[in-house]
Design a binder for this molecule. Structure first.
Ligand code: FAD
Ligand code: DLZ
Ligand code: SF4
Length: 511
């Protein structure tokens, strides 16, 4: 039987479901660079370059194994521009008995695949994605009829299932979660390990030229480009992280520093999400460091939790709740996305720094995404769909299965608390404590009112005033809402006035 196996750009794993029973004598692997995928949002230039180069390298590796690969480049004259049209052309070329695909990471593409079953001709088999530690069915069974789906409890199930950091059925160190130890501010003198960059080879250089030519108007700097684009180099990036940053990952997980976008973070998410690394091997490598005494438990547990906890949890939630999940707007937020999210031109230094890191590297670490870029979006009442599009565009690791729950649920609370037990709103004091941004800012995080006041300070209270009714029943919001209820009318009026003046001054091309 001749099988045509379509492999998507974020499915670059040799053991992926669609390749498991591959017969090199008869089968063809199809990989396509298509305009529709590169532009359904205007992805950061580095994201496109990373993915096209990784796809081309993966195709070469398959060919070296003797596998027949039909690779359609973006600039091929006949390229029809979409997955569906390219698949139809490939079916005409190869006349397969069947088509096999692995389910995609986005609802949008799953709908396309379902249509192919009706329209294509040969039967289309859609296989479960075997690269996650929990299947969709397992997540759905865990979720059951629970009213609240808290990551922490799912994470414990995943520890039991995988055995990571477990001994005799119990968590090592006697507790599940060491997060309380992971919130230290960064000492000035601490050395941050340099990141391993990977020099572009001939394939990457060709892709960089293509991206410069065809996607010059997309957000972000294309060069310097230092991402790994092969599995071997991604494994080297993992080794460097584990050796040099993992031991300190936990302590300074929440810290932010000007000019140091990576600090002690892994910077492995693009590789995990595109398939160059697997979640299991990354966690195994981290656990080994603890077992062999080279990294402390708070660091390794914190890291493993991000992957077998948060990463698996958001993916489970996405598939459980889509497509309705994307349409909710629990806080009725409608303000258009300000232009500074693209330009970085704002007097708020924290936001300017985070946008600048994002533009240069297609990367910002978790706390920048959550507590600066996300916190502002929440308390300024920005439109969920516009914020979601921004997050999908700007990061090299962004696919809807992971972006949407983090943005819609974690930062914007647009799902009304399905993901997070309360909105992650914070004033300027948090950013001042965890970063050096405020020292170089036009605003003062200690000033609460007036032109010099940090906008996070009054926008925080303004957000609570605007959503007082909606959040009143939430036990975790009890304390700030009690403080709000004791606030004088004069103070409330000042907050409203400062917020209205500031928000009216935001420019937006969406408006
Ligand atoms: P580290 O901080 O070193 O963490 C290790 C790994 O844990 C990451 O590589 C990632 O695979 C996983 N991880 C950690 N937190 C999360 C999380 N909340 N959800 C899923 N996986 C997690 N991650 C993406 O991969 N793609 C996205 O599009 C994305 N969008 C985000 C949007 C917002 C608003 C927020 C708050 C978080 C988002 N994240 C996203 C999660 C997280 O910020 C990134 O995974 C992380 O910053 C990637 O950098 P790292 O590899 O250095 O991660
Ligand atoms: C993100 C992306 C881009 C920019 N281009 C392609 C492409 O040309 N071909 C391809 O197979 N995949 C691409 N991708 C990744 C897809 O968008 C991704 O596979 C779907 O969103 C499903 O997760
Ligand atoms: Fe950001 Fe406020 Fe600090 Fe300025 S003062 S960097 S706006 S938190």
């Amino acid at each position: 039987m001749k099988t045509l196996r379509l492999l998507l750009g974020d499915q670059l794993t040799r053991s992926i479901a669609s390749l498991t029973d591959l017969d090199p004598d008869h089968d063809v692997v199809l990989m396509v660079e298509v305009w529709e995928e590169a532009t359904y949002v205007r992805h950061h230039k580095q994201k496109i370059a990373f993915l096209f180069s990784a796809m081309r390298h993966f195709a070469e590796a398959l060919r070296a194994e003797g596998i027949s690969v039909d690779y359609v480049r973006l600039d091929d004259a006949e390229n029809a521009g979409s997955f569906g049209a390219e698949l139809a052309r490939a079916v005409a070329r190869h006349a397969p008995d069947r088509v096999v695909v692995t389910e995609p990471g986005e609802w949008r593409v799953l709908q396309m695949m379902r249509d192919w079953r009706e329209e294509l001709g040969p039967p289309v088999e859609i296989r479960d994605d075997n690269r996650f530690l929990a299947t969709k069915a397992e997540f759905a069974a865990w979720a059951g009829a629970k009213k609240q789906l808290r990551m922490e409890f799912f994470y414990r199930e995943m520890r039991r299932k995988t055995g990571f950091l477990m001994e005799g059925g119990e968590p090592v160190g006697g507790q599940w979660n060491f997060d309380a130890e992971n919130r230290k501010a960064l000492p000035k003198s601490l050395r941050v390990p340099p990141r391993r960059r990977f020099e572009p080879d001939a394939i990457t250089r060709e892709v960089l030229a293509l991206v410069a030519r065809r996607f010059g108007n997309h957000f972000g700097d294309l060069e310097p480009f230092g991402w790994a684009v092969t599995r071997a180099d991604a494994l080297e990036a993992l080794r460097v992280f584990v050796d040099e940053a993992l031991p300190t990952f936990g302590d300074y997980q929440d810290a932010m520093k000007t000019g140091e976008p990576f600090l002690f973070h892994a910077v492995l998410s693009p590789y995990l999400n595109a398939g160059l690394l697997t979640a299991e091997e990354v966690c195994r490598a981290a656990e080994r460091e603890w077992r062999e005494g080279r990294a402390p438990l708070n660091a390794v547990e914190g890291f493993v939790r991000q992957i077998i906890g948060w990463r698996e949890y958001v993916r489970g939630l996405y598939w459980l709740k889509m497509p309705a999940y994307a349409d909710t707007n629990a806080l009725s937020a409608t303000r258009p996305l300000p232009d500074f999210y693209w330009t970085g031109e704002t007097e708020m230094n924290c936001l300017a720094q985070c946008v600048s890191d994002t533009r240069r590297h297609a990367y910002a670490h978790h706390i920048q995404r959550l507590m600066v870029l996300g916190n502002f979006a929440l308390i300024a009442g920005l439109s969920p769909s516009q914020v979601e599009e921004w997050y999908l565009v700007v990061f090299a690791d962004a696919y809807e299965w992971v972006e949407l729950p983090n943005v819609h649920g974690m930062i914007l609370y647009a799902d009304g608390g399905v993901l997070a037990s309360k909105p992650y709103a914070a004033s300027g004091a948090y950013i001042d404590r965890m970063s050096d941004y405020c020292a170089a800012c036009a605003y003062d995080p200690k000033v609460k009112e007036g032109a010099r006041a940090c906008p996070f300070n009054y926008l925080y209270w303004n957000f609570l005033m605007e959503n007082e009714g909606r959040l009143a029943g939430n036990p975790r919001m009890g304390m700030p809402l009690r403080t709000l209820s004791k606030m004088s009318d004069a103070r409330r009026a000042a907050i409203r006035e400062d917020s209205a003046r500031f928000l009216a001054g935001l420019r937006s091309s969406y408006a």
